[in-house]
Design a protein. Sequence first.
Length: 449
Amino acid sequence: ANIVMSENNLGGLGPDSGAEEIRLEGYYRLPDGTVLDMVVRVKDGSTYQSEDTSQNGLYGDGMTALVNVKDDTSVTVTVSLEASVGDFEFESQWYMTLYDFDTQKDPAKQVEEACIDDDQYADIAVADCDSMLVTRGLPNSCDGTRTDVTHTTIVATGVGFGCDNPLDAMDLGTIECADCQQCLDQPSISQYFPVNQKERAVMFRFPEGAESFDVTFSVTCTDCVFTGGRAFHIGTTSNLCEEDTPAPTLAPVPQPTPRPSIPPPTPRPSVSPAPTTLHTCGCPTAFDNVMAEATAIEDANANIVMSANNLGGLGPDSGAEEIRLEGYYRLPDGTVLDMVVRVKDGSTYQSEDTSQNGLYGDGMTALVNVKDDTSVTVTVSLEASVGDFEFESQWYMTLYDFDTQKDPAKQVEEACIDDDQYADIAVADCDSMLVTRGLPNSCDGTRTD
């Protein structure tokens, strides 16, 4: 009720005159009374083209800013939160959401895409991937000028219509054909309904101290026949993660604080209602090149030898207190790598049946049996059989087969890994497994950073 669009002249293309920006005054109000505006500007060096800037500005109930982009063009905009008067600095994380990624019925005619550099945000939430492809960790920056960072792309794959545009950031839901006049008038498009607005949105968590981010919007087409362009929606915290439930305790980490519920729509959302943890189910990452890089294994399973099987000194064999699978990796230059599993210093390993340990199945996985109601921290490493080596590119490891007893009170398998150890993570689905990222402190509780 108090948001005012004081400027609507992105890139100097109108529809109004004045400062070359979209400014929504009073968009955020912090607990100390500081009022923040959301401002969208064309980034220096980028060119903005639009077929209809009359679409730009406040949209729906005023919680999102809309930007129309011309077909077969892209633009990089800077989205910032700025004090209406004076300066401010965020003392905690904050959230923004990009909404309504969709395509024409013929994707050759129009596809909405976005790109954001990975060093700008702390985490990302995606509800599902049936209508959108999100790929993280792609080489270089979005504009190609930086080689020391990676980027994330968002590509629409679901057909969209004007009636499925979100009117309220805190009320993303499902649009049925009966809710859309265009669908009622054209029954042939009913095949594209229902449309789940959450499945076409991406929410980002930004770190403390950040006050802006750059995002590149693109409308791609190979058969560019439309002249109206496509609309991109930018907003704050949304209800995208509303259905998430708190994760169970991962021993020895204390039970995390449940994610606070997201309040109903308010004229000025606070920074605080956003979830403390973003749950990235469905496709937090699309590892496009995993299989290509994994070919470096080169039929290693035919040559793997388990030369040690005595994890923690509990057997079943004697010798080095480890599980060692020799010849597990063979790199293109001929270097042979062993996979080695050891109990981390300071951790205690207990097992009811170490005869299960070691190579499993066709020899591409190592199995570790852990006693009920205990935990163990192990170090998994790749080591050269002879001499030293250093990876010159990213590499991948997988943890498999997380399950429970029929009565979960009897047995539940859990794992914990510190977030500063890995670059990215992929989860296929969350119906059988709950993955929670960004929980405070290290797994053993000794590190708070």
